[in-house]
Design a protein around this ligand. Structure first.
Ligand code: HEC
Length: 143
């Protein structure tokens, strides 16, 4: 446990109270169906750290430091919470969809981390999750 605390210490620099941060903008998901063909007036969210290896490594550390692995298991392969590594997404796998799953939480047991982690840290988690390569033949599991 002491080792984990030491390993997490540099990451604390990333964790400032989110009260100082403006909320993310309302989001439009391009993969949704728009009534009348008209998208709602909203922005899209794109991962500003996409493909950044260092951000992915930070995200992996945050994944342990914030106990994501307690529910999603080491490597995010799924445990009490669903697998985040099988390429299948209940709430969408677009940058903004994964961000919102973490920031606002999801109703069936996913805590909202937007109150304890700033958007910057959440993007690092998203970047990490996006590096996980789905198996070519993922098991069919109902989460
Ligand atoms: C208390 C257990 C728990 C913890 C801790 C937890 N999760 Fe979850 N997570 C869940 C559950 C359960 C779901 C499924 C929620 C649903 O279906 O509504 C979920 C869903 C998600 C999803 C959406 C998956 C999809 O298929 O669309 C993402 C992304 C996610 N979690 C990431 C994280 C990250 C990153 C952390 C750490 C910052 C984390 N979770 C911590 C339980 C947890």
């Amino acid at each position: 446990m002491a080792v984990r605390v030491v390993a997490a210490a540099p990451l604390l620099a990333l964790v400032v109270t989110s009260a100082q941060q403006p909320p993310p903008p309302s989001v439009r998901y391009e993969q949704h169906v728009f009534a009348g063909g008209n998208p709602p007036p909203a922005g899209t969210l794109e991962n500003p750290l996409a493909g950044d290896k260092r951000a992915a490594a930070d995200g992996e550390k945050l994944f342990s430091a914030f106990n994501c692995d307690g529910c999603h298991a080491l490597g995010a392969v799924g445990g009490q919470g669903p697998s985040l590594a099988d390429g299948r997404w209940r709430y969408g796998g677009a940058d903004g969809a994964i961000f919102q799953s973490i920031y606002y939480g999801r109703p069936r047991g996913m805590p909202a981390f937007g109150g304890v982690l700033p958007p910057e840290a959440i993007w690092r988690l998203v970047t990490y999750l996006q590096t996980l390569t789905p198996a070519t033949d993922p098991a069919t599991v109902s989460w």
